[in-house]
Design a protein around this ligand. Sequence first.
Ligand code: GLU
Length: 273
Amino acid sequence: MNRTAALLLLLAVAPAAGCAAALGGPASVTGADTLVIGVKPDQPGLGLRTGQGRFEGFDVDVALYVAEHLGVAEEDVEFTAVTSAQREDVLTSGEVDLVFATYSITEERRSLVGFGGPYYVAHQDILVRADEEGVEGVRDLEGRTLCQGEGSNSADRVIEEKGIAAELREEPAYGDCIAPLLEGEVDAVTTDDLILAGYLAGDPEGLRLVNAPFTDERYGVGIALEDVAGCEEVNRALTLMYQDGTAEELLDRWFGDTGLDLVTSVPQFAGCG
Ligand code: GLU
């Protein structure tokens, strides 16, 4: 085969940058024409499926801002639902290009995937039934039953890191923990305050947010481990998002009514690579 033919063949089979579905994912999200982005489908205010395959929330809007900075218009972004447990897999398989899904940056996860950001620092808190009187802080979870979405780090924060002996019930996702909580099958749902605030807004009579934050959850933009250039470009977009007032606007739009203390200055980035 001559060199021109070889080059043409290479161009024909090379994965299109940003088209994650093609041949195991892109080399870099920089210069992508399209993006596949994983978001949560069941977390009001953050990532929520609204019908006809559409998603809305803070994570979705931050994703669209970053996509636009990468030169990808909204109509060329395909959102897809991911659970906590799927986040590393969809990135390492190349099924998605980026993950914006309340995805805390942790050392363990950093060995598998890259992280831009954090684009926000949330704090773990506790959601209980409104008539629960025995839970005012994380120590009160001793001997209680907690519910978490599989693949989340929240139960570990309580049981492993704080050495609190609590029982754990795992559901596929946090949205599946609310009915068992209301029905008294579990005592508490403990995870990020932003997530809990969304469920509280759905049932302010039946639920109570304890408001005793006890961790920093640095929300990263999940990206392929090797895409360091993409990660750096994501960080440039996030810096701009804070500088041009968009972050403040989005935080106010999605969480302004929650009563949470919203930090509107750019978080300290974790660093790429
Ligand atoms: N931010 C935490 C985590 O990444 C809890 C919420 C979640 O699972 O999405 O594990």
